[in-house]
Write a new protein. Structure first.
Ligand code: ATP
Length: 299
């Protein structure tokens, strides 16, 4: 029997005047799961996350966590959040601010904060106002992870971080997931989501247009073949070939999308002097772009 999800969004709708930013969205994240939320600019990712955190009041539906909502302070204390809107007091030293956050959370050990600062190469002695944006982002990350939260809500947490730090943050996220936390993670960086997420959802104009495990998405990746022939192909040679979903012929070159066995294809082209076969399987990036592109086309 599956446990109740730690993040549960049901029929969430958020309208800003005429604009529907989130449209009847259903989304759940279980304990020990990282859910990657993807989508083009303006798709509704931040609005979804801000609704979950209680910063935005839903027009309809429910955005809940840990069996309640973020308005319940006892539950909120078990949540870690990184968003683009974290406001940090510029006059404080990073370490002072982090101690203050730790106290708010009922006391977080200095050793834990020190360990996180070390993992992210953050100097707690520096004043917030003197920190680069990447270093301020590190402060936001330390405060989100310091109390070992059961739920992590991360809105583009690696924005502005170099690749080495990005890797450190992803490892922190994995560590929490492995300890049983539910993680909702939005990002523009497809390889990072592919690397870290157990499941992904692609939002477009406030709706979930695709949701699946990374493993399944890889499975449906299309197989592409390019065949180059010695001479121009006779018209119609590659029409209606079993196992071939799409064909484009340009002179001596044929581009094919294969969705089954290539046996008939091989029989058809035998005797036509195939000089080269180039095989390329779509990766997740290609799949995501299919969905992103549809959004662009709709504009
Ligand atoms: N407070 C607000 N008032 C009016 N419109 C808003 C408000 N917040 C968001 N929107 C609109 O809602 C839509 C969704 O925005 P949202 O920030 O959730 O998208 P996003 O997927 O996070 O985009 P990005 O990747 O660019 O951060 C956009 O059209 C945005 O302009």
């Amino acid at each position: 029997m599956a446990e109740a999800p730690l993040i549960e969004i049901r029929q969430l709708t958020k309208r800003f005047g005429e604009l529907t930013a989130v449209d009847s969205l259903d989304l759940t994240v279980r304990a020990g799961e990282i859910y990657g939320l993807l989508g083009p600019n303006g798709a509704g990712k931040s609005t979804t996350i801000r609704s979950l955190m209680g910063f935005v009041r839903p027009t309809a539906g429910h955005a809940g966590l840990l069996g309640g909502t973020a308005h319940d302070l006892a539950l909120r204390a078990r949540v870690g959040y990184v968003g683009g809107d974290v406001v940090l007091d510029r006059g404080l030293r990073a370490g002072e601010l982090l101690r203050w956050y730790g106290d708010l959370r009922g006391g977080v050990g200095r050793a834990r904060v020190g360990e996180l600062c070390e993992r992210l190469a953050l100097d707690p002695g520096r004043r917030i106002g003197q920190l680069s944006s990447g270093n301020r982002q590190k402060v936001a990350i330390v405060q989100a992870f310091m109390h070992d939260p059961d739920v992590l809500v991360l809105d583009e947490p690696t924005a502005g971080l170099d690749p080495l730090l990005q890797r450190s943050v992803l490892q922190l996220v994995r560590d929490r997931r492995d300890a049983g936390a539910a993680v909702l993670f939005s990002s523009h960086l497809l390889p990072e989501v592919e690397d870290i997420a157990d499941r992904v959802g692609i939002l477009r104009t406030g709706r979930l247009v695709r949701e699946d495990t990374i493993a399944n998405l890889r499975e449906i990746a299309r197989h592409r073949l390019e065949l180059r022939f010695a001479t121009d192909l006779p018209p119609g040679l590659l029409d209606g070939v079993d196992g071939v979903a799409a064909v484009e012929v340009d002179g001596r070159t044929a581009q094919l999308v294969v969705d089954g066995s290539v046996a008939e294809l091989v029989r058809r082209v035998a005797g036509y002097g195939v000089e080269r076969i180039i095989s390329h399987d779509d990766d997740l990036e290609d799949i995501f772009f299919t969905y992103y592109q549809a959004e662009e086309d709709a504009r």
